[in-house]
Design a protein around this ligand. Structure first.
Ligand code: HEM
Length: 556
């Protein structure tokens, strides 16, 4: 008993200290969040927004992690109006005039440090360079390979992959005929599950658009498609160690072999995990990023980033073994010299290759899939498009629509614009940092260091611009509108962003969308398995998770 009393007495000072320090935690935490709010160094207190967003940088990444980014920002602008504070230092501005003010050539704003997480190599690439002069130099080096003329020259190579896609879908459709004769009614082609029902073959078209888009970019960029379409699978070979493989560049002349160790990677899963994780991390300061990366839920995402880098390294490494390869984008990068006459290092080449694969393939695949979803959902629109295509392609006997035959079809153009508008694959606000001297947008001057962005997903669905049917897929709006109405629509339409950091691959993307949609809808008739909204992974790139369609051939 007396021993117990002694221990309790001795422990008291420690308990007191513990209580004192524990009591300090909430006080310090409250101070950390409220002092900056009260001092308001950026002068943002007057802007409305969710209460937590005004106090903590954690609110926005939390929303992103819940797959509610574009929808939440859209809802907040509907509630609060043009300006919404999304973080202690960050304001979203939903107005068409803000597009040029924030992203235009004269705004002076730079990409926010948010983009640092997109660096899977030490060398920066066109997409994640922050400095304006450095970016302008790199963009000049690459602009030529994306000019309309250069892109048109790529059509002949791109057609091979459109053709492969049609052939694979014809193969899937052939199972309908086989089932009618007593053959099996469901199975897998590669990794793609299919079933036959009601005279159609049913499958998820999203992976197929990815196979097609990745194969095309691999071919155009490095003369080497990934072979996904023919395997009907997204599994590719990537460099096992980026560092070790970079060191082997140029040491082999066997174009059929990698000069380094490789492993298999399922590109879709890795890309999704990586995309989801970095979209969350981007909003956090460096010390928070380290903590989040250690959470078990994000471990796969962390392992995914080097694997994606390994994909680019493998593609470049293989291509460098073949200096006699036909003209491709890598040739242009190999010829590029900086202002001191220095060529790009192997790592810089791989970093650029990486961006071409990531920025080019996923965005085009997602937009093609989402537009297919809208067309399959609305039989009236689909029939109208098919009538236009039948007329335009009546004297063409190839399976793939030539770009010249479909590039100026009014209804197809309207369908593509409507797909880009409603799905907006890069639809969330792209954050920029206000430069020295401040930035005035719609009469408000933001102080240096403030983050600002314009939410394209919201602008593309704003009823004051697009009318009461803003959330409907209605291609006619692009044909019926004229005068001020048309101008207002075009001012608010920015699927490729605008200004110096706008999409460099726009010409290629538009060519690809025209060819793939006209080829597929001319050839097949589409219906949806369910009219439910398209499920989307709402990360930096808004990616359809799945799109089950039933197709039948339109060939008589
Ligand atoms: C439908 C397809 C596409 C859409 C909707 C799209 C959209 C965009 C958008 C909105 C940006 C600005 C991103 C930002 O500021 O953070 C961008 C940048 C970029 N895009 Fe695309 N893109 C598409 C296809 C492509 C293709 C096919 C390529 C190349 C093969 C490509 C390469 C790039 C690159 C390299 C950048 C960075 C440009 C820079 O910062 O100078 N994109 N894209």
């Amino acid at each position: 008993m007396s021993l117990l009393r002694d221990i309790t007495v001795q422990a008291l000072p420690f308990v007191d200290k513990l209580i004192f320090w524990l009591a300090l935690i909430p006080i310090i935490s409250i101070a950390v969040y409220t002092v900056p709010y009260l001092l308001d160094p950026l002068g943002l207190r007057a802007f409305p927004g969710p209460i937590l967003a005004k106090f903590t940088i954690g609110w926005l990444p939390w929303i992103v992690s819940q797959n509610r980014w574009s929808l939440t920002v859209n809802r907040l602008h509907q509630k609060y109006g043009i300006f919404v504070r999304l973080s202690p230092n960050y304001v979203s501005i939903a107005h068409p005039a803000a597009l040029s003010a924030v992203y235009g050539h004269s705004s002076g704003a730079t990409k926010a440090p948010y983009y640092e997480v997109f660096g899977d190599f030490r060398a920066r690439n066109l997409f994640n360079i922050l400095s304006r002069p450095e970016h302008a130099r790199r963009r000049r080096l690459e602009a030529h390979m994306f000019s309309l003329q250069s892109v048109r020259a790529l059509e002949i190579n791109a057609r091979v992959h459109h053709n492969n896609l049609v052939n694979q879908w014809e193969r899937l459709y052939s199972y309908v005929k086989q089932a009618e004769k007593g053959g099996i009614r469901e199975d897998k082609l590669g990794a793609s599950a299919w079933r036959v029902e009601d005279g159609r073959v049913w499958f998820d078209c999203m992976p197929w658009f990815s196979y097609w888009s990745f194969d095309t970019i691999g071919d155009l960029a490095f003369g080497s498609p990934f072979g996904m379409l023919s395997a009907a699978s997204d599994t590719v070979r990537v460099a096992k160690s980026v560092k070790a493989s970079l060191a082997t560049f140029g040491t082999s002349s066997n174009a059929e072999e990698f000069g380094f160790e490789t492993e298999e990677m399922a590109i879709e899963k890795v890309l999704n995990e990586r995309g989801h994780l970095i979209t969350i991390l981007g909003w956090l300061p460096e010390y928070w990023r380290r903590i989040v990366q250690m959470l078990p839920a994000y471990r796969f995402g962390m392992e995914a980033a080097p694997k994606m880098a390994g994909l680019a390294v493998a593609a470049v490494g293989k291509r460098l073994n073949n200096p006699a390869a036909r003209e491709d984008m890598l040739n242009r990068l190999l010829d590029a010299r900086d202002e001191n006459g220095k060529p790009m290092s192997p790592e810089e080449l791989s970093a650029e290759a990486f961006v071409l694969i990531i920025a080019g393939a996923d965005t085009t695949a997602n937009t093609s899939c989402a537009t297919t979803y809208y067309l399959a959902r609305d039989q009236r629109v689909q029939a109208k498009l098919q009538a236009e295509l039948d007329e335009a392609l009546k004297s063409i006997d190839s399976a793939v629509a030539p770009y010249d035959a479909v590039k100026n079809l009014p209804y197809l153009d309207a369908v593509i614009n409507e797909g880009l508008r409603l799905h907006a694959t890069i639809g969330a606000g792209l954050p920029r940092v206000v430069p020295e001297g401040g930035l005035t947008v719609l009469g408000h001057t933001f102080k240096e260091g403030t983050w600002v962005s314009v939410p394209v997903y919201h602008l593309h669905r704003d009823e004051s611009i697009w009318g009461e049917n803003a959330s409907e897929f209605y291609p006619e709006r692009w044909i019926e509108a004229s005068g001020d109405r048309k101008k207002a629509m075009l001012d608010a339409f920015a699927p490729f962003s605008m200004g110096p950091r706008s999409c460099i691959g726009r010409n290629l993307a538009l060519m690809q969308l025209h060819i793939v949609l006209s080829t597929l809808f001319h050839r097949f008739d589409f219906v949806l398995e369910s009219d439910d909204p398209l499920p989307v992974q709402d990360s930096f790139v808004r990616k359809p998770k799945r799109c089950m369609i039933g197709i039948k051939s339109r060939k008589l």
